[in-house]
Design a protein around this ligand. Structure first.
Ligand SMILES: [Zn+2]
Length: 340
C-alpha cells in the first residue's frame, strides 16, 4: 500500500468522537421552527401508512420483490421509487471469468474460452466478446443484452392497470450506473420509477489485484484495507462505459453492508429517523434537475440520498451512544447532517 494511502487511512481511523463537541448537545425549544417543521413532515416518514402508497408498494413487490430503501425501512414521501441491485452470479466462476482493472474500469476477461457457458454465449451473441491482443473481453454490449432481456421479461409480467412509459427504443433511461423503467399505474394514478443496477461480486483476490495494480490511486488500497479489517460483500456495478468519476470509472457498491448498518436499528430508531427527516427536507426544499435532457421524468435532487446516508453512517460512528439519538436530540442531529 502506498505511503499516501496509509496516511489517509490513519487520518480516518483517528477520527474519534471529540468530547467537547459531543457535550455541545442542545435540546431544541419545543416551539422551535425546525421542530414544528419536522412534526409536519412526520407523515412523509411513514410511507406505507398511506393506503394508496401501500397498495402500489404491494403490487410492485409482487412483480419485483423487496426494494432498496423499503427493505431498509428508510423510504420517505411516496411509494414512487424502487431500487434493485441485480447480482450476476454466473460471473463468479474465476476459472472462466477474471475481472481486472484497466484504467479505472473493471474489464471482464474470459479465461477459459472452451467453457460451456462461453460456447453458448458466443453461439448466441458473437458480438458481445471483443478479441483484443489475444485477450477475450466481454464488451459493453453485454449490459444492453442483459437489460433488453430483462425488459422483455418485465413487460410480459406487468399486471393489468400498469403501463411502461419509456419512449426510448431500449425501454430504459440510463443515468450513470442505473437503468430506469418509468411506469404509470392507471388504477392509482401514480408514476413510479424502477431503478435497476447490474453488478458482479468482487472477491478478495480481485480487490488485492486491483489494489496492487492501482497503487497510485488511493481507492482500491483503501477498499482492500477496509475489507481485510471486516469482510463485507463488495460489488462492481456494470455501468455505462462513458460515465466516469474521478476516483474510478467503475462504481463500487457495498449495498448489503450499508443496508445492515441502518436496518438493524429498526425504522423508529433516532438514527433512522434522522436520515428520514434529512431525506424529507431535501425532497421538499432542494431543487431537482433532469439528468436526461430527453426525458422529463428523469428528475433527481441536487443532494442524493446516498450522500445523506454517508453522513449519517459517519455520525453513527461519531455518536455511538444511544442518548445522542434520543427523540429530543433528533432535531439537533438533523441540522448537523447538513453541517457536515
Ligand atoms: Zn427517463
Amino acid at each position: 500500500m502506498s505511503e499516501m494511502a496509509i496516511r489517509k487511512w490513519n487520518q480516518i481511523e483517528e477520527t474519534k468522537p471529540i468530547p467537547h463537541e459531543i457535550d455541545r448537545y442542545d435540546t431544541p425549544k419545543s416551539d422551535s421552527a425546525l421542530l414544528q417543521l419536522l412534526k409536519k413532515l412526520t407523515p412523509q416518514t411513514e410511507v406505507l401508512g398511506d393506503e394508496k402508497n401501500a397498495a402500489v408498494y404491494k403490487e410492485v413487490q409482487e412483480l419485483m420483490g423487496r426494494a432498496g430503501s423499503f427493505a431498509e425501512g428508510t423510504k420517505v414521501g411516496k411509494a414512487n421509487e424502487f431500487d434493485y441491485l441485480l447480482v450476476l452470479d454466473f460471473l463468479n466462476d474465476r476459472k472462466v471469468f477474471n475481472p481486472v482493472i484497466d484504467e479505472g474500469s473493471f474489464q471482464i476477461i474470459i479465461k477459459d474460452k472452451e467453457a460451456p457457458i462461453i460456447n453458448d454465449l458466443l453461439n448466441q451473441y458473437p458480438d458481445i466478446v471483443k478479441f483484443d491482443d489475444r485477450k477475450a473481453i466481454i464488451n459493453s454490449g453485454f449490459r444492453w443484452l442483459l437489460l433488453s432481456t430483462l425488459r422483455e421479461v418485465f413487460d410480459a409480467e406487468l399486471k393489468k392497470g400498469w403501463k411502461r412509459l419509456n419512449s426510448d427504443i431500449n425501454g430504459y433511461c440510463s443515468s450513470k450506473a442505473a437503468a430506469t423503467i418509468h411506469l404509470h399505474s392507471e388504477t392509482y394514478n401514480m408514476d413510479i420509477d424502477i431503478d435497476l443496477c447490474l453488478c458482479f461480486q468482487l472477491k478478495p483476490e480481485d480487490l488485492l489485484q486491483a489494489a496492487q495494480e492501482n497503487k497510485e490511486k488511493l481507492f482500491f488500497p483503501f477498499l482492500l484495507r477496509l475489507h481485510q479489517k471486516s469482510s463485507f460483500d463488495v460489488f462492481a456495478l456494470v455501468g455505462q462505459i462513458m460515465e466516469c468519476s474521478p476516483l474510478t470509472r467503475t462504481k463500487i457498491s457495498a449495498a448489503f453492508r450499508e443496508f445492515s448498518d441502518l436496518s438493524h436499528y429498526g425504522c423508529y430508531d433516532g438514527r433512522v429517523m434522522t436520515y428520514k427527516f434529512a431525506k424529507c427536507l431535501v425532497s421538499n426544499f432542494i431543487p431537482k434537475y433532469s439528468s436526461d435532457l430527453e426525458c422529463t421524468k428523469c428528475c433527481h435532487s441536487l443532494i442524493r440520498s446516498y450522500a445523506l446516508k454517508t453522513v449519517i453512517l459517519f455520525m453513527i460512528r461519531r455518536y455511538p451512544d444511544d442518548k445522542y439519538w434520543a427523540s429530543d436530540a433528533i432535531c439537533t442531529r438533523v441540522v448537523e447532517v447538513f453541517q457536515y
